[in-house]
Design a binder for this molecule. Structure first.
Ligand code: ASP
Length: 421
């Protein structure tokens, strides 16, 4: 029995914690009238402690993790001198599809309003997105006038910009600064290990936050969560069956149907493994069977698994709207543009590993000053959404690779169309 319990993996523990949190929360909401036991003892103390401790631990990870991984990543990309015209073309396409994905998430969530009904407006929080700040001010705030204070205050965008500058200079100074580069590489490893350790506590955090939400709001909290799932999956379907085929038709005139038929095993693998990184070998093999030159795909697919995450971007767009609706915030246009821009960066900086979107979401919410409680609630359903996200993340990499290969005569049309083996 104990051995069987040990075999349950973390995702399943999180799911179990979510269901238990729901049951305990609903039981408190419906059957416990004693306000001392329900509110004072459980919700305001025990659950509050468990939930907030977990959120604080997640917050602890974000700034050092983002800073180190960006310094290390920038230093190595520039160092390999891989930045040629084709790379730039790939990066532009990756950023464009990510932007479309965020906007799609924002749009669908604006129409379906998943956060309405999850009334969290009573919570105490301080947001730094305000409707009346101009876009120029928002852009100026991104420049780190004092990087140490940005790091200390968890201001993510200035932190990223400072990390990009440090990483680029490390790559210019090469051997002269190898000690600093090694330091950041090793510190990055520490942060990744720390993330795994903190995530082991996720079931406790998720249980406490779910129990608090349902004890306070009752069954009314279920519908918003369900609507959120619908928004993410709907946006993913639109990106897959409308946006990508349109892009393929415009840039290559190749048949998307033909492509998907042969490519579906990669999608299934991504769906079940929930890791773009783990899907890289299969992705490369399938693209080569489709007549795409290895020269481009061997660069674009690993790069895409690191920076191009359209499913993740959709999730960021939906989550931020879900949260602002739940907290009853009105976003002006300039705040919305800033959020979209930040969501693109948050998704670019995610790794191709299971549940990376949760870390991106922490970073996005912290950078706009939203509380992280909602993220812990979303975490309970994250594995389910991660399967769809990873499939679309991988599909996006393949579609952009096909477009760039076609434009650079690195795609054999006859093989692609099945006329040649
Ligand atoms: N699991 C995803 C991937 O590997 C990342 C995420 O969206 O969480 O692509």
């Amino acid at each position: 029995m104990i051995n069987e319990i040990k075999k349950i993996n973390l995702n399943n523990w999180i799911l179990i914690a979510m269901v238990l949190g729901f049951i305990v929360g609903m039981a408190l909401n419906l059957f416990v009238t004693d306000t001392f036991i329900k509110d004072t003892l459980l919700v305001d103390n025990i659950f509050h402690f468990g939930g907030t401790a977990f959120i604080n631990l997640m917050k602890m990870l974000v700034v050092p993790l983002v800073f180190c991984s960006i310094v290390v990543g920038t230093a190595s990309i520039i160092n390999t001198k891989k930045i040629g015209n084709i790379t730039i073309e790939i990066i532009v396409l990756y950023l464009a599809t990510t932007l479309i994905a965020v906007c799609l998430g924002v749009l669908i969530s604006t129409v379906l309003q998943p956060g309405n009904g999850l009334n969290m407006a009573g919570s105490v929080y301080t947001s730094n997105i305000t409707a009346n700040v101009t876009l120029t001010d928002n852009l100026l705030n991104m420049i780190p006038s004092n990087p140490i204070s940005s790091l200390a205050n968890g201001e993510i965008i200035p932190t990223i910009i400072f990390a990009l500058i440090v990483g680029s200079i490390l790559s210019i100074l090469k051997e002269e600064t190898s000690a600093v580069r090694n330091f950041f590489t090793q510190f990055n490893k520490i942060m990744i290990k720390m993330t795994f350790i903190v995530m082991k506590l996720a079931p406790i955090g998720v249980f406490c936050l779910m129990a608090t939400t349902f004890a306070t709001l009752g069954i009314d909290a279920l519908m918003p969560l369900f609507k959120f799932i619908i928004c993410v999956i709907l946006a993913i379907i639109i990106q897959a069956v409308i946006i990508y085929p349109i892009l393929m038709m415009i840039f290559t005139r190749l048949s998307p149907v033909n492509f998907i038929k042969k490519y579906s095993p990669v999608l299934l693998f991504a769906f079940s493994s929930t890791s773009s990184n783990a899907t890289i070998p299969l992705n490369l093999e399938k693209l080569s069977q489709l007549g795409i030159s290895n020269e481009i795909s061997s660069l674009s697919i690993p790069l895409g698994a690191t920076i191009n995450m359209d499913g993740n971007a959709i999730m960021q767009g939906c989550a931020i709207m879900f949260a602002t609706q739940a907290y009853g915030m009105d976003l002006g246009l300039s705040a919305l543009i800033t959020i979209i821009f930040t969501a693109v960066i948050a998704s670019v900086s995610a790794a191709g590993i299971p549940s990376a979107a949760i870390i991106s979401m922490n970073m996005l919410f912290m950078s706009v000053g939203l509380p992280l409680d909602i993220i812990a609630i979303i975490m309970g359903i994250d594995h389910f959404l991660d399967m769809f996200r990873t499939a679309i993340n991988v599909l996006g990499d393949a579609v952009c690779t096909i477009i760039v290969s076609f434009r650079n005569n690195a795609l054999d049309k006859d093989i692609f169309n099945g006329k040649k083996g």
